[in-house]
Design a protein around this ligand. Structure first.
Ligand code: LLP
Length: 433
């Protein structure tokens, strides 16, 4: 019935996450409230790790793409599970550093890393930079030199694959702000140049073809392109790129129509392709890295809201307004993202009519879902929006000076606030009169 099997309904018709009654959680911690099922997040981490062990003899590493959900607690959780992490800003890097994350397992991304961010990363001992462009490369080399260190890097490559169309187009992606292109020789030239730099060690290549991808073929196609490039680099320049990082982007189930593969299915196919092409091109099997974000944490999270008003506009639509909105979930206004919604205090009720769930921001487009079939909803009901664990808290804002909700993690019988609810004092704390 639900997106993931950690959700169920009890005899009172309440939605249960793990072992916890969501209605009770809403009462205890208030709404809006993010709830994170820590057990499910850990299970997802383990599934990815096991897939690498099973289908690639453990010769790889799974990084959690921390942009999906970056908190100190989840950083520590990911480290406990033996995963690495990808970060894309000084803020994400700092969060993990403060959580005690093993920095040698951190890959630092970004198409415009500032000098301050590079300094921070070098000082923290970040494992790898995923270098985007020549300006950044020169800056890292100079800063590493001044610290007498040799910095390990990967280059971000545009493999020329548009994963969002079924018949992926191999040249479309040259128009991307991320990385260096293959088809115009840019990727080749930057490797040649980097090999002359004193404080840079080229360790591998990286690509990321998109997000919420359901097919495995685009990943296999990217793997082929990357292994061929690694072989070309060795043949032409003698550069050994031992790490091949294929990014993240595995799809998850938001709505009933979504039918994602399991991590094992994705990784098995990609590992087979990598093995085949490496053999064909006579190169060593690379150390294989993946960077799933959404597929580790999205389904582990739900958001709880309280309904504050129900406005029926005859022959037009019914607006059900909740106490959150685009500030805690900007994905509908940004991408028109689909979500499943459940009345947490009446979880098995039959659907009766389409309604639109609106947020409380002063913005007409501030909706959570439009025209979805729901049971009758009353003021005071608790609504649960499912699969909000990825890119909800991490993209939340204070628009209209609305404080961001807390995150409560549940694990077995336990529950713990891992991010506090913001207060009005938090909202004004950087203001100067
Ligand atoms: N690695 C790189 C370099 C990425 O850019 C991303 C996502 C990932 C890994 C993780 O992708 P995932 O496995 O989570 O799909 N805000 C959007 C998603 C943006 C994703 C950006 N990059 C959303 O809410 O759907």
């Amino acid at each position: 019935m639900f997106n993931s099997d950690n959700l169920s309904v009890n005899s009172q018709n309440h939605l249960i996450i793990g072992k916890h009654d969501t209605v009770e959680l809403a009462k205890e911690f208030g709404t809006p409230l993010y709830v994170l099922d820590e057990d499910l997040m850990r299970k997802n981490c383990r599934e990815f790790k096991k897939a690498i062990d099973t289908y690639y003899s453990g010769n790889g590493l799974v990084l959690f793409a921390s942009k999906a959900l970056c908190t100190m607690y989840t950083g520590k959780l990911v480290a406990d599970e033996g995963l690495g992490a990808d970060v894309v800003s000084g803020g994400e890097l700092y969060t993990l550093y403060k959580a005690g994350f093993p920095m040698d397992k951190v890959f630092f991304h970004g198409n415009n890393k500032t000098a301050d961010e590079i300094e921070l990363a070098l000082n923290c001992g970040v494992g790898h930079f995923v270098v985007d462009n020549k300006t950044e490369l020169d800056l890292i080399n100079a800063m590493a030199k001044s610290k007498c260190i040799t910095q390990k890097i990967l280059f971000r490559i545009k493999p020329g694959i548009d994963a969002h169309t079924h018949d992926f187009i191999k040249t479309g992606q040259i128009d991307s702000k991320f990385g260096v292109a293959l088809e115009n020789g840019e990727a080749f030239e930057i490797h040649k140049y980097a090999s002359t730099l004193s404080n840079i060690q080229i360790d591998g290549v990286h690509c990321h073809i998109g997000s919420q991808i359901f097919d495995v073929e685009p990943f296999c196609e990217a793997a082929k392109v990357m292994i061929n490039f690694v072989a070309d680099l060795y043949e032409s320049l003698g550069i050994k790129a031992n790490i091949v990082n294929l990014g993240g982007g595995f799809g998850i189930k938001y709505a009933s129509v979504d039918d994602p593969l399991t991590p094992a299915e994705y990784i098995r196919k990609v590992a087979e392709t990598v093995t085949e092409i490496a053999k064909e091109r006579n190169v060593d099997l690379p150390f294989l890295v993946f960077e799933p974000g959404r597929s580790i944490v999205a389904s582990a999270g739900i958001t709880l809201y309280t309904v504050g008003s129900v406005k029926e506009i005859e022959n037009i639509r019914t607006y059900v307004s909740v106490d959150g909105g685009m500030t805690d979930n900007p994905r509908y206004i940004l991408y028109g993202s689909k979500y499943s919604v459940v009345i947490a205090n009446n979880a098995n009720a039959d659907t009766v009519a389409p309604i639109t769930i609106a947020g409380k921001c002063c913005e007409s487009g501030d909706l959570i879902q439009e025209n979805i079939l729901m049971p009758e909803i009353k003021v005071g009901d608790t609504l649960a929006v499912l699969a909000t664990g990825a890119y909800n808290y991490s993209m939340a804002s204070n628009y209209n000076r609305i404080p961001r909700p807390p995150i409560v993690a549940v694990n077995g019988d336990k529950k713990k606030v891992i991010v506090k609810r913001e207060s009005y004092e938090d909202i004004i704390k950087n203001d100067i009169l």
